[in-house]
Design a binder for this molecule. Structure first.
Ligand code: DO4
Ligand code: MG
Length: 279
């Protein structure tokens, strides 16, 4: 089962998604209040739901309320190698191997909820960057009591030249307007295939034609979800819950940079497809 947020006649609604159809829950419920309820499956069975309509005919919104969005980095070997290459001139490349093998993972603040864009909304590349890529990532939806309650898709848009010049520039490479997309829906806990059968696919289209295609699967991730949430929540509480991007395992080659008008499609088995154009 999946949950979504959508707009209906200027109202934000929460929907239950089954077999590509969506049914609204009563409007006193926020997405978080449903997701964080202890007895979620039973509550969903007992709620009076609105009429069913096709998911592809509703205006989906990013599935987030008030949560902060954080991100883990260098959790796949592909990310480590790509970052060693991009930072080769700066002398910082050894940091990436160090963090890949360390007990403590790389974790960084990615976005407040208001800066996140949803399905179909534009993502952005920085005007002061020359080398930009999307990062397709599984996103964990975590409750205030630090339970993983679901999964969605995240795009951790990144400026590789800015990060590569100096790792202290990471916040500027990662956090700017239009740098984080989430959606299309939240798949509830237990709804993903086994990790090594959960494929993440990235397709980038330019003028309708693929200019990059790549894939990986969750079994390639070096760290467990619980490990990442455990480190994130050491000494840090999340009264509204938190969304944690788990790192990218797909990085286009050194000759590729995004351009305005490109379409970024990220598909994760068991969740769906997140599509955004580059503004
Ligand atoms: O080390 C910088 C960021 C890494 C990252 O975002 C990733 O591996 O996905
Ligand atoms: Mg990333």
């Amino acid at each position: 089962m999946q949950l979504c947020k959508f707009r209906e006649q200027n109202q934000v609604r929460v929907g239950v998604v089954e077999s590509a159809m969506v049914r609204a829950v009563p409007d006193q419920y926020s997405l978080s209040s449903v997701l964080y309820s202890e007895d979620l499956k039973n509550i969903l069975k007992s709620l009076p739901l609105g009429p069913a309509r096709p998911l592809d005919q509703v205006k989906l919104l990013a599935p987030i309320d008030e949560q902060e969005v954080w991100a883990a980095g260098v959790t796949y070997i592909r990310s480590k190698v790509a970052r060693e290459e991009e930072s080769a001139g700066s002398g910082a490349s050894r940091f990436y191997d160090a963090v890949y093998t360390a007990a403590r993972p790389e974790l960084f603040f990615k976005a407040p909820a208001w800066r996140v864009v949803g399905p179909g909304e534009p993502v952005r590349i920085r005007r002061d960057a020359t080398w930009s890529v999307p990062e397709p990532e599984l996103a964990l939806v975590v409750s205030p009591s630090l339970r993983i309650v679901g999964y969605t898709i995240g795009n951790d848009m990144s400026s590789r030249d800015i990060e590569g010049e100096n790792p202290l520039y990471l916040p500027q490479a990662k956090l700017y307007d239009g740098s984080c997309a989430l959606g299309p829906v939240v798949t509830l806990l237990g709804g993903l295939p086994p990790l090594d059968q959960t494929t993440i696919r990235l397709t980038i289209l330019r003028q309708g034609r693929p200019v990059f295609e790549g894939s990986t699967h969750l079994g390639m991730m070096k760290r467990s979800f619980e490990e990442l949430v455990g480190w994130l929540s050491k000494e840090t509480s999340f009264p509204n819950g938190v969304i944690l991007l788990t790192g990218t395992g797909i990085v286009p080659g050194e000759d590729f940079t995004l351009a305005s008008g490109d379409e970024v499609r990220i598909e994760v088995d068991g969740i769906g497809q997140l599509c955004n154009c580059v503004a």
